[in-house]
Design a binder for this molecule. Structure first.
Ligand SMILES: O=P(O)(O)OC[C@@]1(O)O[C@H](CO)[C@@H](O)[C@@H]1O
Ligand SMILES: [Mn+2]
Length: 450
């Protein structure tokens, strides 16, 4: 179990306790802004609730808004974090985690927004938003972030078209491709998926953040902004998987993708996944999404299905062909979708084996696990205040269900695995390099190579 004390050289968790830090600015400014947008969204749908549910819909809308306004006040005035009361299956786990935080902090001060770990309070806010809806049927299953996620897809339609056209072009002669051109396509699609992570509505506090230009055209100009590029190690893990397949082939059998944002980023992940199965680099893809609306733009099951249906329904030949193919992969079991509650809990991933052993076992069945995005990176590294030159393996603190790779654009002040002096040079050139989303890493770890 992770503790917050600096033990065995594990640094403290990032926290809004540090005035002026990115965590502080996020808790002080960005989270209240997101909450205000949530309240506005619910208010804007008042008539819809009335049409659908009558007076009881209006009551629910009022009640949800008052719970969210109370939450915003607690956050802005650094009130103690409260236990959840909605009786969901994970409510106890959340409340036990609150007790764990209180024990770590000691009884001198309550667990609160500006005193406790940033990772915890930020995750807790999204779970409280869910509670505010859950406690108010019949609007319990209203996704307050749905508008932003669907807009991110529709506003990125040009980029989606060019990406699906590129994929169809590859698939045309994919069986004749030799290793090098195959690697070149893999390399490109990994970078497209990497930069797809820029389209994130949490960092933009809900501001529209879609992909306007063709993602393939800008890859070359973005190369200098990739601070760690382990693509070649990912490639060799794919073509020489540790577990030979029944067919005797020795490339990967199963690749898991821990998804991040809906909209354009999800399309980049579906395209990468299609390439992996079409090329035979993998036989199966398991996707892991979120079980509740999360960090504004993260993928839920509804978003996943909606995106594939939207692709099928577009009048663009290659986009709809991709959509039909993706639906078929799901039907035939080559693609599977999961949404374990652990991904929407506050735990650092080094806790997974203890706190979600079933999920850890599931991931152990993969030959490679791709983690998308910044929040996953923060959880992989425990959202701790590590030195930049600490190795990725050290920061993982024993988390290693399978060979893994993080594809992350930097949106939080935490980055490990850099060369000596690399962080200082970046700070002198571009002080906001860790939080602007301009820089990225493709960072690999093979637990078996320890
Ligand atoms: O995981 P993602 O979508 O790449 O980014 C999530 C994020 O936008 O939210 C948090 C800040 O509010 C940070 O982890 C990061 O900036
Ligand atoms: Mn996200």
């Amino acid at each position: 179990m992770a503790t917050d004390q600096t033990m065995h050289g594990v640094p403290p968790s990032l926290s809004a306790r540090v005035v002026g830090s990115f965590a502080y600015l996020t808790v002080r400014d960005r989270l209240p802004t997101i909450l205000t947008k949530v309240v506005d969204t619910i208010h804007r749908n008042k008539n819809k609730f009335f049409e659908e549910y009558g007076e009881v819909g209006i009551q629910a809308e009022k009640q949800a808004i008052s719970l969210l306004s109370k939450l915003r006040n607690e956050l802005q005035t650094d009130k103690p974090v409260l236990a959840l009361t909605d009786g969901l299956p994970d409510t106890d786990s959340w409340n036990q985690y609150l007790e764990r935080q209180q024990r770590l902090q000691g009884d001198q001060e309550p667990v609160s927004w500006f005193k406790s770990p940033w990772l915890y309070v930020e995750c807790y806010m999204y779970r409280r938003i869910h509670e505010a809806l859950l406690l108010n049927p019949p609007i319990s299953d209203f996704d307050v972030f749905n508008e932003g996620k669907t807009q991110s897809f529709t506003e990125s339609s040009q980029a989606v078209m060019s990406l699906c056209t590129y994929l169809e072009g590859i698939k045309n002669n994919i069986d004749e491709l030799s290793k090098n051109p195959l690697f070149e396509h893999f390399n490109k699609l990994m970078q497209v998926s990497l930069w797809g992570n820029k389209c994130d509505l949490s960092i933009s506090a809900g501001q529209e953040n879609s992909q306007k230009t063709s993602p393939l055209d800008s890859l070359y100009s973005l190369l200098p902004f990739i601070l760690v590029d382990d693509t070649k190690r990912v490639w060799s893990a794919l073509i020489s998987a540790q577990r030979p397949r029944e067919s005797g082939k020795n490339n990967a059998d199963r690749v898991d993708i821990v998804l991040d944002n809906a909209g354009f980023e999800l399309v980049t992940d579906l395209v990468l996944a299609d390439f992996l199965v079409s090329s035979g680099l993998a036989r199966q893809i398991h996707f892991h999404g979120k079980s509740i609306p999360w960090f504004v733009s993260d993928v839920t099951a509804k978003d996943f299905q909606w995106t594939i249906r939207q692709a099928m329904a577009t009048n663009h030949k290659w986009v709809s062909k991709c959509g039909v193919q993706w639906q078929r992969y799901l039907k035939e079991g080559m693609w599977c979708y999961h949404d374990h509650p652990f991904w929407t809990q506050p735990h650092e991933f080094c806790d997974m084996a203890a706190d979600a052993p079933d999920l850890y076992t599931t991931l152990q069945g993969a030959d490679l696990v791709l983690f998308k995005g910044d929040l996953n990176y923060r959880k992989l590294t425990g959202d701790r205040d590590w030195e930049h030159t600490v190795s990725f393996e050290t920061a993982l603190r024993g988390f290693g269900p399978a060979t893994l790779c993080s594809l992350r654009t930097l949106k939080a002040n935490i980055q490990v695995g850099l060369q000596p002096g690399q962080g200082d040079k970046l700070t002198s050139q571009d002080p906001s390099w860790m939080t602007s989303g301009k820089y990225a890493v493709i960072q690999f770890h093979n637990p078996k190579s320890e």
